[in-house]
Every structure is written in C-alpha cells, then in structure tokens.
Write a protein that binds this ligand. Structure first.
Ligand code: SF4
Length: 268
C-alpha cells in the first residue's frame, strides 16, 4: 500500500510516448538576436539621456526596416505627450458600425482588444510616449490594390512598434507598451493569397488564438490603436503630423496626396 505522506513526484512522460504538437512547428520563430549587452537597471524616473538614446535608435531602426523591406516609404519617431492621445468610444464602435472586415477576426481587434475605457485608464498612467509614423506608397492604400498592398505596410509598422517597445524595455522602462494602426496581419491574414481565396469563396483560416492556440506572432503582434478607441487621425494632427485624407473606393492614386500609418509606444 502506498504511503500517503510520501510526496508523489510527477513522472515525466517518455519522449517516445509524446504526441506531436501541431502548433508552432510550421510557424516556429527564430530566437531573438543576442547583442551581448549588459543588463540595464530598471528605470523609475524619466531620464533625458536615455530618452534621447531611445529616440535615436528608434529613428535608425525605422530607416533600417524601410531599407530591409525595400519599401518606398519615409518614417520617423518622436516623443509625444500622452495627454494628446485622443480616445473616443465612437472610434471603437466604427469597427462594428458598419462591421469591419477585421471585427472578431483576431485577438487584436474588437471585441477582444482593450475597450476605450480600459485604454483611457492605461494611457492616463503614462507621462511619456513615442509616436512612430510611416508614409508608405499611396497605391498600397487605395482600392483595389489595398487588398494586396496594405498588409505589408501594417506589418512594417507593427515590426517598428514592437521593436521600439522592446528597446525601451531593454533600456529599463519595463512597462513600455506599444500599439500600432491597422488590423492584425502578422500571420498571413489580408494578404493577396487570403483575398484570392476569399473571392473564390474558399474556407478561410482563422486567427489560431481564437481557437485556443498560441498566437503565431506572440510577443510581436500589437493591438490596433483604433480597436482600443484611439482617434488616430485627430491624435496624429494634435501631435504635429500632417492631416490625413479619408480615402474611399472611388479615389485613385492621383487624387490622394499621401497616406500615413501611426503607432504609439507608451514609455512610462
Ligand atoms: S495568431 Fe496571427 S492573427 Fe491571431 S493575434 Fe496572433 S498574429 Fe494576430
């Protein structure tokens, strides 16, 4: 008879008996690059020299990312005052009225993304933020080429925002938090192939996170600012960016002077 007081250690499952996980094999991600840096001390106060360094790195990263992906695009980062971030519940409601193609399609869009109220509460905790802006080719953002072109711009912005957030964390601001514009396109949604299948009425893949699996871009995919109730148009203008144009399907590229995508990384 077993001694009830004896601690029962979990018995490891032998490798041969383990069932293969179907998850993450195809989408396995490389480990983050090691730069051989010293660990940074945590920062509880704003430090101008660290902010200057972060901004310098952010602007360099934007330039490098644009070169790496060979996008005809300009971009920049700058510090903004989080009090200039305009949050309006109507913006999130615009994801539902009329229903946006992104609504309910992934964890970073409504109804799963943080609400305007939650966002207000979070933004109020920060005193420093960086706005990242990119101005990609107009043709990627007008109909019908938006169907095949825009996901690249959104992914570029997502990559820059997630990098700036990680860099702020490395520099000691461990509560840095980044949001980008646009739907979650990290794992192939809204690509040319996706829209081709949509037109052919094929059964489309769903965001794996909605099916209980690991996000394929864990630690990388960022929520859409709009999905959290941020009025990106008004915020960008308030923060000194150029006013944006509202583009409708009838507009061709000659009628649209420029387009912009913005992201925000809240630092501390
Ligand atoms: S699995 Fe893909 S679509 Fe879903 S949240 Fe992650 S990156 Fe976005």
């Amino acid at each position: 008879m077993q001694n009830p007081t004896k601690s029962s250690k979990p018995v490891p499952i032998p490798d041969v008996d383990r069932e293969d996980s179907k998850m993450a094999y195809k989408w396995r991600r490389v480990l983050p690059k090691k730069y051989g840096r010293e660990p940074s001390p945590m920062q509880l106060e704003p430090k101008q020299e660290i902010f200057d360094e972060l901004l310098k790195r952010a602007n360099k990263y934007i330039k490098d990312a644009i070169e790496k992906y060979k996008v005809e695009c300009v971009g920049h980062a700058k510090f903004i005052d989080p009090r200039n971030v305009i949050i309006d519940p109507r913006v999130r409601m615009k994801c539902r009225v009329p229903i946006c193609f992104g609504y309910g399609s992934n964890l970073n869009c409504p109804p799963h993304s943080p609400t305007a109220e939650e966002m207000r509460e979070i933004v109020d905790c920060y005193n420093y933020a960086i706005m990242v802006s990119i101005y990609p080719p107009v043709e990627n953002n007008i109909f019908p080429s938006i169907l095949t072109g825009v996901h690249g711009d959104v992914n570029l912005l997502n990559e820059i925002v997630s990098w700036v957030e990680a860099e702020a964390t490395y520099l000691g601001y461990y509560l840095a938090m980044g949001f980008k514009g646009g739907p979650c396109v990290g794992c192939g949604m809204w690509t040319a192939e996706f829209f081709k299948d949509l037109m052919q009425q094929k059964k489309l893949p769903k965001c794996p996170s909605l099916e209980g699996e690991l996000c394929r871009q864990y630690l990388r995919a960022r929520p859409a600012l709009e999905a959290c109730g941020v009025d990106v148009f008004a915020t960008a203008v308030k923060c000194g960016e150029k006013p944006l144009y509202v583009i409708n399907p009838e507009h061709d590229k000659t009628g649209v002077p420029y387009v912009a995508w913005h992201g925000i990384v809240f630092i501390m």
